[in-house]
Write a protein that binds this ligand. Structure first.
Ligand SMILES: Cc1cc2nc3c(=O)[nH]c(=O)nc-3n(C[C@H](O)[C@H](O)[C@H](O)COP(=O)(O)O)c2cc1C
Length: 184
């Protein structure tokens, strides 16, 4: 039975983004208990406190309400200069305000980082964890997911190769349990 809504946040805005492809594959593989969907971040104006009035930008309002509705979050992020992308940091900032109304507060989350490079976007993965600790979001510690050489994770039809599918299935099982624990 689907009982937990998960907002997937993809840290890249690129049309052919590998991180978006990962998200699409995970949605296809989603565990029975999770209803996973991508919440877009590309149309969010840069956070500016002056705009955060009683009538903030419509895209911020919609984003905040979509995340308020979710029981957990899954971040799938590239690494930009050893950190997360500006687009993702902006989304975190937009969701964190107005003060006292953060959408991130106490909801369970996990992160997958990926890169065509060798180091699995470790820097982005941990930069995100640092922000989420402050935002009081319980981040799943294990299993960790650093996907290096990401081109080789997909076959010619865009599906995960067997090794990646197996790894991701374990990750999703652990994530579903993490979400359950933090929603009971
Ligand atoms: C501004 C910028 C900075 C980047 N910095 C890193 C980096 O620090 N580490 C890394 O592994 N890849 C880095 N890359 C390469 C990205 O991993 C690569 O472009 C990747 O495909 C982005 O994810 P996407 O396919 O989901 O768009 C960088 C790319 C850009 C555009």
């Amino acid at each position: 039975m689907k009982n937990h809504k998960i907002a997937i946040i993809v840290g890249s805005l690129r049309k052919d983004s590998y991180n978006r492809k990962i998200a699409q594959e995970l949605i296809r593989m989603q565990p029975e208990s999770l209803e996973m969907e991508i919440v877009e971040i590309g149309n969010l104006a840069l956070y500016n406190e002056d705009l955060d009035t009683a009538n903030p930008p419509a895209a911020w309002q919609e984003f905040r309400s979509q995340l308020k509705d979710a029981n957990g979050f899954l971040f799938i992020t590239p690494e930009y200069n050893r950190s997360i992308s500006g687009a993702l940091k902006n989304a975190l900032d937009v969701g964190s305000r107005p003060y006292g109304e953060s959408v991130w507060d106490t909801k369970p989350a996990a992160v997958i980082s990926s890169t065509p490079g060798a180091m699995g976007a470790f820097g982005a993965n941990h930069a995100l964890r640092q922000v989420m600790v402050f935002l009081n979001t319980p981040m799943m510690q294990q299993p960790e997911a650093y996907l290096g050489n990401i081109m080789s994770a997909f076959d010619e039809n865009g599906k995960f190769v067997e090794k990646t599918a197996e790894f991701m299935q374990n990750f999703l099982t652990a994530f579903a349990q993490w979400v359950q624990i933090h929603n009971s």
